[in-house]
Design a protein around this ligand. Structure first.
Ligand code: UDP
Length: 413
C-alpha cells in the first residue's frame, strides 16, 4: 500500500526579512497572523525537491509556522508510471496533443485512492493541494470539514480538452482555486472562488542570499567557467517547454559575434520528471565537443549555492520557455541584478518588463538580437539588472506571497 510521506522543513523567521522586504507587507503579515494563530494547514504535492513548487514550499511553510500556524507538508507516493502519466497530463494541460486511455484513468484513480487512505477527517482546517498529481485525492479521501484549495502552478489557459475535462471533474471538491494569473483558469472551471497569487523567491535562501567569498570561489570551480569572458546561462529543468536546444542555437549564433562566449545550461532532475534524462542526453549531443558550453546538473554537485553563483556571474540569464507557469528563474536572476531574456509566455511577462529589466522574446531570432544587445552594451545591461532587482523586491519576494496566502486563509476562516 502506498503511503503519503511527510516532508521536513528547516526553521525560518519572519523577523529576518525585516530590512529586506517591504515593511508594510511584514506588518500586514503580523496582523493577519494574530487572527490565524493555531490554524491547521496541510500542503500536499508530488515532490519535495526539484522544480518551482518544492522550492516555494521550503520557504513558505517554515514562515507560515513562524506566524503561529500549524503546518504540515506531505508528498504523495506513486510508481514511475504514474509520474509518466502526470507528466503527460502536465504537457497536455499546457496544450499538447494526447489522449487518455482507460488504463490511464485506472492508474490515476488507483494511486489517488491509495494515497487518500491515510487522510483523516478534520485533521486540518485548510488543505492546499498543488498541481494535477494529487488533485483527485478529495474524490476518495475523507477530509471531513477541512476547506480544500487547489493551487495550480501551470498555465492551463489553452489546454487539451480531454485532459482538461478529466482534471475539471475533480475540481468541484475544492472551495477555492489559486492560479498565477486568473486567465489561467479556463472558462467552465468547477471551482467558484478563484484567487490570483503569483509565486515568489526567498531572498534569504541559499539560492538567493549573498554568498561569502569562499562559497563563491568554490561554486566557480564547480561551474568551471571563465569569468573574464562573456557568459549566458539558462537554469531550468531539462524539459522541451523550456526549449534548451533553442538556447544552444542562440549561443551558436552569438558565438560568431562574441569571441570566447560561454554557455551554461544548468538543469536539475526532479523525481517526478521522467522526461528529463532524454532531454539531457539530447542536449549533450546537440552541444557536441564545445568546451565553452557547460551542461551541468545536480549530479555534478550543482546545488543552490552554485545556481546562485551562476545567476550572479552571467551577463544575461535566459529563460527561453515556449510555455511557462511562472519561471522563478527570472525573479532569481533579477534579484541578483542580472538582466533577463524570457519567452513571452505564461508568467514571464509579469516579471520581465520589455526594455526595462530585460526583453521578452517570441523566437530564436529575437533571443539572438536582444541577448546580443545586452552583451554589447554593458551600461544598458547594468541598468536593466538594477531595475530587475527593484521589480523582484517589490513584487516577487516570499513575504508578499505569504501575505496573500494568509489573506486567503482569513477569507476561508
Ligand atoms: N533549479 C535548480 N537547479 C537546476 C534547475 C532549476 O535549482 O538545475 C531551480 C530554479 O533555480 C528554480 C526552480 O528550480 O528555483 C525552477 O522553477 P521554475 O518556476 O523556473 O520552473 P519549473 O521547474 O517550476 O517549471
Amino acid at each position: 500500500m502506498r503511503h503519503i510521506k511527510t516532508v521536513k522543513v528547516i526553521q525560518k523567521k519572519l523577523h529576518d526579512y525585516k530590512g529586506i522586504a517591504d515593511g508594510q507587507v511584514i506588518e500586514s503579515i503580523t496582523e493577519l497572523s494574530r487572527k490565524l494563530r493555531g490554524l491547521r494547514v496541510l500542503h500536499i504535492n508530488a515532490t519535495a525537491y526539484g522544480g518551482g513548487v518544492a522550492e516555494i514550499l521550503h520557504t513558505l511553510i517554515p514562515l507560515m509556522k513562524d506566524c503561529g500556524l500549524e503546518v504540515d507538508w506531505k508528498t504523495i507516493e506513486a510508481p514511475g508510471e504514474f509520474f509518466d502519466l502526470t507528466k503527460r497530463m502536465h504537457n497536455a494541460l499546457q496544450g499538447k496533443e494526447d489522449s487518455i486511455s482507460v488504463n490511464d484513468r485506472d492508474l490515476f484513480e488507483r494511486v489517488s485512492k491509495e494515497n487518500s487512505a491515510f487522510i483523516k477527517p478534520d485533521e486540518y482546517d485548510v488543505v492546499i493541494i498543488h498541481d494535477p498529481q494529487p488533485v483527485a485525492l478529495p474524490a476518495y479521501a475523507n477530509f471531513g470539514s477541512s476547506k480544500l484549495v487547489w493551487r495550480c502552478h501551470i498555465d492551463t489557459s489553452s489546454p487539451n480538452p480531454v485532459f482538461w475535462n478529466f482534471l475539471n471533474s475533480f475540481l468541484s471538491y475544492y472551495r477555492a482555486g489559486i492560479f498565477t494569473l486568473l486567465s489561467y483558469a479556463k472558462e467552465g472551471i468547477s471551482i467558484e472562488s478563484l484567487y490570483a497569487i503569483a509565486p515568489s523567491i526567498d531572498p534569504l535562501s541559499n539560492k538567493n542570499r549573498d554568498l561569502t567569498e569562499a562559497e563563491f570561489g568554490s561554486a566557480l570551480k564547480k561551474l568551471g567557467v571563465d569569468t573574464s569572458k562573456p557568459l549566458i546561462a539558462q537554469v531550468s529543468r531539462f524539459d522541451p517547454w523550456k526549449d534548451p536546444l533553442g538556447v544552444v542555437d542562440v549561443y551558436k549564433s552569438l558565438k560568431k559575434q562574441f569571441a570566447g562566449l560561454q554557455l551554461l545550461m544548468i538543469g536539475s532532475m526532479a523525481s517526478d520528471d521522467p522526461e528529463g534524462w532524454k532531454i539531457y542526453e539530447d542536449l549533450l549531443r546537440y552541444t557536441g565537443m564545445d568546451y565553452d558550453v557547460k551542461v551541468l546538473s545536480n549530479f555534478q554537485g550543482i546545488g543552490d549555492i552554485e545556481v546562485n553563483a551562476s545567476q550572479r556571474i552571467s551577463d544575461v540569464v535566459i529563460q527561453k520557455s515556449l510555455r511557462e507557469g511562472f519561471a522563478l528563474t527570472m525573479s532569481e536572476a533579477m534579484w541578483k541584478r542580472t538582466p533577463v531574456i524570457g519567452g513571452n509566455v505564461g508568467g514571464i511577462p509579469l516579471q520581465v518588463h520589455h526594455g526595462v529589466n530585460g526583453y521578452l522574446v517570441n523566437s530564436i531570432e529575437e533571443t539572438i538580437e536582444y541577448t546580443g544587445k545586452l552583451l554589447e552594451d554593458r551600461a544598458l545591461a547594468t541598468d536593466m539588472g538594477n531595475k530587475g532587482h527593484e521589480i523582484a523586491k517589490r513584487d516577487f519576494l516570499t513575504t508578499r506571497h505569504l501575505k496573500e496566502y494568509l489573506e486567503l486563509f482569513s477569507d476561508l476562516a
